[in-house]
Design a protein around this ligand. Structure first.
Ligand SMILES: [Zn+2]
Ligand SMILES: [Zn+2]
Length: 144
């Protein structure tokens, strides 16, 4: 029972490449996924983005304040948070969704990710992207 409890209170800690930003997030991810969308390719260097979706209110910065960016040409742009010093992209927030998209490369221990449960936005997939065999894949978002 203790082991189960410990797992449920998994604490995600991490920060940016230069250390100016640090964060902590409690609780269990709502989703672990990889996103193949074109926007993620810009920000990841070309690969799919790997992320955990953390529940609203579970995430907080413990050091520093991120710079934010939203496109002005979209009706419902996401808010991207990144380090103003080193440029590391930490989170994406969707105004219509309280949950926080946390980039797993910024975790102190990326193995906490455990692997994706699904691949999303395969509509933009590149021939060199890899989807693990048997992983559910969706052209955009999975049906709600
Ligand atoms: Zn930084
Ligand atoms: Zn994406």
């Amino acid at each position: 029972m203790n082991a189960v409890n410990a797992q449920q209170s998994t604490k995600f800690e991490g920060g940016c490449y230069c250390g100016a930003l640090r964060y902590a997030a409690d609780g269990e991810p709502l989703l672990r996924a990889q996103c193949h969308c074109r926007e993620c390719q810009y920000l990841s260097g070309g690969a799919p983005h790997l992320f955990v979706l953390m529940p609203p209110g579970s995430f907080r910065y413990t050091k520093g304040t991120p710079k934010t960016f939203s496109r002005t040409d979209l009706e419902q742009p996401v808010i991207r948070e990144f380090c103003a010093e080193c440029g590391t992209h930490i989170t994406t927030r969707r105004p219509d969704l309280g949950a926080i998209v946390l980039k797993i490369g910024t975790l102190d221990d990326p193995t906490l990710y455990g692997g994706p449960q699904m691949a999303i936005y395969t509509v933009d997939i590149q021939p060199f992207h890899h989807i693990p065999e048997g992983l559910p894949a969706f052209e955009r978002m999975p049906p709600r």
